[in-house]
Design a binder for this molecule. Structure first.
Ligand code: 7RM
Length: 645
């Protein structure tokens, strides 16, 4: 397709209606689901819960003592049973559950029966190490099937897992282990990244020097790298699996028993352990997965996220497997060994549903259409995006070159805290507008409100909130109910604040604009400004630091840091790189600032608060906003002049 046509589509600002053929076969075809859910929200979620297998039915759909919710009160179930055992009765036993594609093109297929065996055995390994119901287990693994196996094994025995993304540093891992007081750590001898090896076990060893709760480390062999194994503490996964018994009955979990903790960045330096429980989470992720991706029995579904993020938890593992789907899991990056890697995988497995991030789409745009054009993408039928707002240009490009104008795009808005997708189209039903995540899922009540928590009229913007509890909502911040209440429910009583700004248009469509708090969204990953700042201040040369998110063509936002050095410290060659490396070491490469700018002073209010808003104006070359609350207005003027130089 020519560039001109692309321009034309952008200008039209057009609405994309579901195709008649797609509509006729869609999982949800009738708009009345919205009205039904609206008129009887709890009835809707009660009915949705029937899709799961329960050991004991619930007595009440919701018990709501704001802001603490209990869903499916009295119900008993097991997440691993729902993801595996119940599919074994019929022909799905031999269906591919996980199709694994290694970075080097090696491949492994686990049927539901295979998965059953692996998960049961590993659950027995964990038990043999003394892991009991309620004990926390930290998982620090690459994107290999063992990551999903480990999560499901934890779920099977009722031990909440805490998955830490493999790109996080040793220190970040240590803090997360300590906060959860994990008893066991599961890691690997390394992880492949663009042909080289990331030393996960070495990071784990460093982390464990400061993490006393861990009694055992289970090490998966992936790269074959030489690693140190500490006698009595460290055990090889494959050796333990050899001796493990094949049957491990699933623990009967209460609907409200904790399924996992997942750490996410907030506005303070300390990441929050977001707590999800079993019943509501499983109902939420499985329902949304089927309806939004229009899941069919024969689909080959590929979500390109890492299991270390919520997207991997909800839409690689729990949602799809609860639905008996075939899930593609890919270990590597989009450009290794070549820039057509994703399209090669789509072609190889005839992927039908592809769920990825705007930052990836913008990267593909930059590389140009020749890579997808060289592959057969005719199997694709639904495309999804998540992680940040998608710019209409990227949406149209995705629709044109990947979907070949045949596939609806589901732009899904949600968060680690919401557990499940909250806003997205139902692709057989909803008209699409490029750049809008469209409307709330049935049974979900999202609004845009003003400072006083009052809904704003259509056509205006404000704060994005959720008005009513929803099944997969976070239940608390691990070990810190106060922080849960303050962070999410502190602005307006009984109303959940997302941290996002949004507008809704005349048709009631939502346009999420991005974070309004001190969180930076880099390539769809949340990074707290305070975390990066404290990493910088940890360096001996730094007195003070302020970080902001700066618009970035591919990443959405990039971290930019304004740094003041300690008295007597001079800027020197290499200091910028040293500080960047220091942040990567403290947090992980994803938090590494793109720009570091030295300044004698930072713009502050009279009460000493750094005005990041003005720093953003400077970094993006805009006119300075209101400076009247500054303690010393000349600071920001000087800074601006210096920056422009
Ligand atoms: C799933 C995930 C959550 C934050 C959220 C938003 C942003 C996510 C979209 C989006 C616009 C989207 N969880 N965000 N999806 N913004 N449109 N479709 O990303 O906890 O890591 O991040 O991401 O700001 O608050 S997350």
């Amino acid at each position: 397709m020519g560039e001109e046509r692309l321009e034309g589509l952008l200008e039209e600002n057009r609405v994309f209606k579901p195709g008649a053929e797609f509509q006729a076969q869609a999982a949800v075809q009738e708009g009345k689901v919205y009205e039904e859910a609206e008129s009887d929200r709890l009835g809707f979620w009660g009915k949705a819960a029937e899709r799961l297998s329960w050991f004991r039915p619930w007595e009440k759909v919701l018990e709501w003592e704001p802001p603490f919710a209990q869903w499916y009160v009295g119900g008993k179930l097991n997440a691993s049973y729902n993801c595996i055992d119940r599919h074994l009765a019929g022909w799905r036993r031999n269906k591919a559950a996980i199709i694994f594609e290694g970075e080097h093109g090696d491949s492994r297929v686990l049927t539901y029966q295979n998965l059953y065996r692996e998960v049961n055995k590993f659950a027995n390994v964990l038990k043999s190490l003394g892991v009991e119901k309620g004990d926390r287990v930290t998982i620090y693994l690459p994107m290999i099937p063992e990551a999903a196996i480990a999560m499901l094994a934890c779920a099977r025995i009722g031990a909440p897992h805490s998955v830490v993304f493999g790109g996080f540093s040793a220190e970040a891992l240590r803090d997360r282990i300590n906060d959860a007081q994990a008893k066991v750590l599961i890691t690997s001898d390394g992880s492949f990244r663009r042909g080289s090896v990331v030393p996960l076990k070495e990071n784990a060893d460093t982390a464990l020097a400061g993490a006393g709760s861990v009694e055992h480390v289970i090490v998966v062999q992936r790269t074959g790298s030489e690693v140190h194994m500490q006698e009595g503490r460290d055990l090889w996964y494959h050796e333990q699996m050899q001796k493990a018994a094949v049957e491990c009955p699933p623990e009967e979990m209460d609907a409200e028993d904790m399924l996992f903790i997942l750490y996410t960045s907030g506005t303070t330096g300390k990441p929050k352990g977001v707590v999800h429980t079993t019943g509501g989470y499983m109902v939420g992720v499985s329902t949304t997965h089927e309806w939004i991706f229009d899941l069919k029995e024969e689909d080959v579904y590929w979500c390109t996220a890492d299991v270390g993020w919520i997207t991997g938890h909800s839409y690689i593992v729990y949602g799809p497997l609860a639905n008996g789907a075939t899930v593609v899991m890919y270990e590597g990056t989009p450009d290794y060994p070549a820039k057509d890697r994703f399209w090669e995988i789509v072609e190889k497995y005839r992927v039908t549903i592809l769920y990825t991030a705007p930052t990836a789409i913008r990267t593909f745009m930059k590389w140009g259409p020749s890579y997808p054009e060289s592959r057969d993408l005719s199997s694709l039928r639904v495309l999804g995006t998540v992680g940040e707002p998608i710019n209409p240009e990227a949406w149209i490009w995705y629709h044109t070159y990947i979907g070949r104008e045949r596939c609806p795009i589901v732009d899904t808005w949600w968060q680690t805290e919401t557990g499940m997708i909250m806003m997205a189209p139902l692709p057989g039903l909803t008209d699409l507008k490029p750049g809008s995540c469209t409307v709330p899922f049935p049974g979900v009540k999202v609004e845009v409100v003003d400072h006083d928590g009052q809904p704003v009229p259509k056509g205006s913007g404000g704060y994005l909130v959720v008005r009513e509890p929803w099944p997969a909502m976070l239940r608390t911040v691990y070990g810190d109910n106060d922080r849960y209440v303050q962070t999410y429910w502190g602005n307006w009583p009984g109303i959940y604040f997302t941290g996002d700004g949004a507008k809704w248009d005349q048709d009631g469509y939502f346009w999420v604009l991005g974070r309004v708090d001190d969180v930076i969204n880099v390539s769809g990953h949340r990074i707290g400004t305070a975390e990066v700042e404290s990493a910088l201040v940890d360096h001996p040369a730094v007195a003070e630091a302020a970080c902001i998110g700066k618009n970035h063509e591919v990443k959405g936002q990039a971290v930019a840091a304004f740094v003041t050095l300690k008295e007597g410290v001079e800027t020197r060659n290499g200091l910028v790189d040293e500080l960047k490396a220091h942040v990567a070491k403290k947090i992980g490469a994803l938090a590494r600032p793109d720009d570091i700018f030295f300044t004698a002073e930072l713009p502050k209010t009279r009460s000493g608060k750094i005005m990041r808003r003005l720093l953003r104006d400077i970094a993006e070359g805009r006119a300075l906003g209101d400076t009247t609350t500054l303690a010393d207005a000349s600071v920001v003027q000087t800074l601006k002049e210096q920056y422009q130089e």
